[in-house]
Design a protein around this ligand. Structure first.
Ligand code: A3P
Length: 322
C-alpha cells in the first residue's frame, strides 16, 4: 500500500545517502553503487527493480550505455516483434515514441511493473550487467546490448544533457568550460551509468561466455550493414524472417520504418516531451544527427587521442576494439 511504498522509498533514500557521492557534469550529484555512477532517481529505480522486478517468460532485455543507439534498437526490436500484428503502415511506431513502445526497467517500470505492455516482450535498460536484477539473470532472458564509439557517445551525451531537464539538474549553462569539465569527468568514468568502459566490458565478457543469451552489437556496424544486423537481431530474438517475408522485402521495410530519417520526421518524435518520475525530456533530443564520426566536429585532436588512449588501455586484452 501507499504507506509501505513510502517506507521503501525512505529505505532506498537511506541506502543511497551512505554511498560515495560526486558532482556530476552539471550541478547534479551522482552516487556510486556496485561500481557505477547513478543519478538519484534512476538509482532508486534500480534498487527497486533489483528487489521486485520479475520478467515475463520470453522477455528480451535491450540494454545500452546512454546515447549508444537505445532508441534505434528499441524501434527495430519493436518493429520485428510486432510485424505480424500490424501492417508496416499501421505500426504503433508511427504514432508512439520508441521509448513509449518499449519501457525502461529502472525508470518506467521501477516502481510499477504493471505499467508494462503485456503484449510486447521487450524491456529497455541502461543498468550495467553486474547490477541487473537477479531475476533477469536467473530466468535466462535474452539480452541485446548496443554500444558505440566512446567519442561519439560522449558528444551525443553532452548534447542530450543540455536538451533534457532532469529533476535537480541545471540545464542552463552551455559553455566551453562546461564541455571541458564534462570531458574530464567522462574520462574519469564519471557519467550516468559510467565508467563507460566497465559498462561495455561487463556485457562484452558476458556475451563471450553466453553468446546464445547475449547479442553484442555496435552502433557503427548497425549503421553500415543495417539489413544484415536486423536479420541477425530477429533470428537472435526468435523472430526470424521467413523466405516469404524476405521476398516481400519485409526486412527493408522495417529498416526504413526505423531509420533516423523516418523516425525523426514523425510528429510524435518531433514535438512534445517525454515525462517520467525523474525527467522531462524534449522528444526531439533523442534524434540529433544519427551519424557515426560526429565527434570530429567537437573534440580537439588532443581530446580524441586521449579518449582513444584510455579506450585502448581499458579494452586491451578483451578482444573488443572501436
Ligand atoms: P547523436 O546525438 O550522435 O545524433 P540513445 O537512443 O541511446 O539515447 O542514443 C541517441 C543517439 O542515437 C543520438 O545520436 C541519436 O541521434 C541517434 N539515433 C536516434 N535514433 C536513431 C536511428 N533511428 N538511427 C540512427 N541513429 C539514431
Amino acid at each position: 500500500d501507499h504507506r509501505s511504498d513510502l517506507k521503501t522509498l525512505n529505505l532506498y533514500n537511506e541506502i543511497i545517502s551512505t554511498l560515495p557521492k560526486r558532482n556530476g557534469w552539471k550541478s547534479d550529484e551522482v552516487y556510486q553503487y556496485q561500481g557505477f555512477w547513478h543519478t538519484f532517481f534512476y538509482l532508486e529505480g534500480l534498487l527497486s527493480a533489483q528487489q521486485h522486478f520479475k520478467p515475463q517468460t520470453n522477455d528480451i532485455i535491450l540494454s545500452s550505455f546512454p546515447k549508444s543507439g537505445t532508441t534505434w534498437l528499441k524501434a527495430l526490436s519493436f518493429a520485428i516483434v510486432t510485424r505480424s500484428s500490424f501492417d508496416i503502415s499501421a505500426n504503433p511506431l508511427l504514432t508512439t515514441m520508441p521509448h513509449e513502445c518499449v519501457l525502461s526497467l529502472e525508470s518506467d517500470l521501477a516502481h510499477n511493473s504493471f505499467h508494462r505492455n503485456q503484449d510486447t516482450p521487450l524491456i529497455g535498460t541502461h543498468v550495467p550487467y553486474t547490477s541487473l536484477p537477479k531475476s533477469i539473470i536467473d530466468s535466462r532472458c535474452k539480452i541485446i546490448y548496443i554500444c558505440r564509439d566512446p567519442k561519439d557517445t560522449f558528444v551525443s551525451l553532452w548534447h542530450f544533457l543540455y536538451n533534457a531537464s532532469f529533476k535537480g539538474v541545471d540545464s542552463s549553462a552551455k559553455e566551453d568550460a562546461d564541455f571541458e569539465k564534462a570531458f574530464e569527468l567522462f574520462c574519469d568514468g564519471v557519467s550516468y551509468y559510467g565508467p563507460y568502459w566497465n559498462h561495455v566490458l561487463g556485457y562484452w565478457k558476458a556475451s563471450l561466455e553466453s553468446p546464445e543469451r547475449i547479442l553484442f552489437l555496435k552502433y557503427e556496424d548497425l549503421k553500415n550493414e543495417t539489413l544484415f544486423y536486423v536479420k541477425k537481431i530477429a533470428e537472435f530474438m526468435g523472430y526470424p524472417f521467413s523466405l516469404e517475408e524476405e521476398d516481400k522485402r519485409m526486412v527493408q521495410k522495417i529498416v526504413d520504418l526505423c531509420s533516423f530519417q523516418n523516425l525523426s520526421r514523425l510528429e510524435v518524435n518531433k514535438s512534445g516531451q517525454l515525462h517520467g518520475r525523474a525527467y522531462l525530456i524534449e522528444k526531439n533530443a533523442f534524434f540529433r544527427k544519427g551519424e557515426a564520426g560526429d565527434w570530429k566536429n567537437y573534440l580537439t585532436p588532443m581530446m580524441a587521442a586521449r579518449l582513444d588512449q584510455i579506450t585502448e588501455q581499458k579494452l586491451r586484452s578483451s578482444g573488443l576494439t572501436f
